[in-house]
Ligand binder design. Structure first.
Ligand SMILES: NC(=O)c1ccc[n+]([C@@H]2O[C@H](COP(=O)([O-])OP(=O)(O)OC[C@H]3O[C@@H](n4cnc5c(N)ncnc54)[C@H](OP(=O)(O)O)[C@@H]3O)[C@@H](O)[C@H]2O)c1
Length: 266
């Protein structure tokens, strides 16, 4: 199936690890020109080496996206070095878990800084440029936000992160509604537990808390999922590829759950 992504310029925030890295690999395999951004140069270099070993090239950009001006800088840098951005995949962020009784205003603010704004800043900068291009008769671009099921179902230890995710969903559908007039599409994926390093670390912690092995902690977690297992990052990347492709040309404002059937929600 030709997804029409060959030579497209794709910026992937959080592209050095996990779901973002899986997206970098998937888009690069489609022939896209991929740029990845994250904070730690060592993570970026490791991602580049991994992809290089698979015959894939990516452009690296270092930034901390919780800083308001970093998005304008990286978008300018990628536009100059690689070309105007056709696709933005937002996957940079991580919300800490809190005991609900320790949640205070600072914790909510820190969570918005860690998860909400690192998506909003690049999205606003890229949208501004995509709209300018579209108004000038250029091809409209598309955005896929990797958000999280925690924004749909409240969990005692993920209330602040869930609130950030819920706000990101609202921003996704609201901006999709407005920017459709320019042909710009914005969609989101809500992963459930997905086997990235972050989840592996959480499993190790859970295992040590319960005096069990990591394999047992994983088995217990996976047993709760109707499909019987956690997602693989490349499964999330495949759906991001489709949503960003011309094969999804009439899909905008969609929030795709990928939780293995865990939450029977409409
Ligand atoms: N994995 C899951 O089970 C799961 C489930 C639901 C939702 N999600 C969401 O999906 C997204 C990706 O998750 P993941 O598991 O792939 O995470 P991950 O493996 O921890 O990767 C996160 C990526 O984002 C980068 N990053 C984090 N904060 C950043 C910042 N302020 N500025 C720039 N880069 C930043 C990290 O690199 P540096 O450390 O180098 O900055 C890394 O490349 C997250 O928003 C997460 O909440 C994940």
């Amino acid at each position: 199936m030709d997804l029409g992504l060959n030579s497209k310029v794709v910026l992937i925030t959080g592209g050095s690890k996990g779901i973002g890295l899986a997206c970098a690999r998937a888009f690069a395999k489609e022939g896209a020109k991929v740029a990845i951004v994250s904070r730690d140069p060592a993570n970026l270099a490791r991602a580049r080496e991994q992809l290089k070993g698979e015959g894939l090239n990516v452009h690296l950009t270092r930034a901390d996206l919780h800083e308001p001006h970093s998005a304008a800088d990286i978008v300018e840098e990628v536009t100059t070095a690689v070309g105007p951005i056709d696709v933005l995949i937002n996957s940079a962020g991580a919300a800490r878990r809190y005991d609900p009784e320790s949640l205070d205003a600072d914790a909510f603010r820190a969570t918005m800084e860690a998860k909400y704004f690192p998506y909003i800043y690049p999205q606003q900068e890229v949208l501004r440029r995509m709209a300018e291009r579209a108004k000038a008769g250029g091809e409209p671009g598309t955005i896929v936000n990797i958000i999280g099921m925690g924004g749909k179902i409240a969990s005692d230890i993920h209330i602040a992160g869930g609130a950030a995710n819920a706000a990101l969903m609202l921003a996704t559908v609201g901006l999709a509604h407005y920017y459709a007039r320019y042909g710009i599409r914005i969609n989101a994926i809500n992963p459930g537990s997905t086997l990235t390093e972050r989840v592996e670390e959480a499993l190790k912690l859970e295992a040590s808390q319960h005096g069990i092995g990591t394999d047992e902690a994983l088995a217990r977690g996976q047993a709760k999922v109707p499909l019987g297992r956690f997602a693989k990052p490349e499964e999330i990347a495949d759906v991001a590829l489709f949503l960003a492709s011309r094969r999804a040309s009439y899909v905008t404002g969609a929030i795709v759950p990928m939780d293995g059937g865990s939450a029977p929600l409409i």
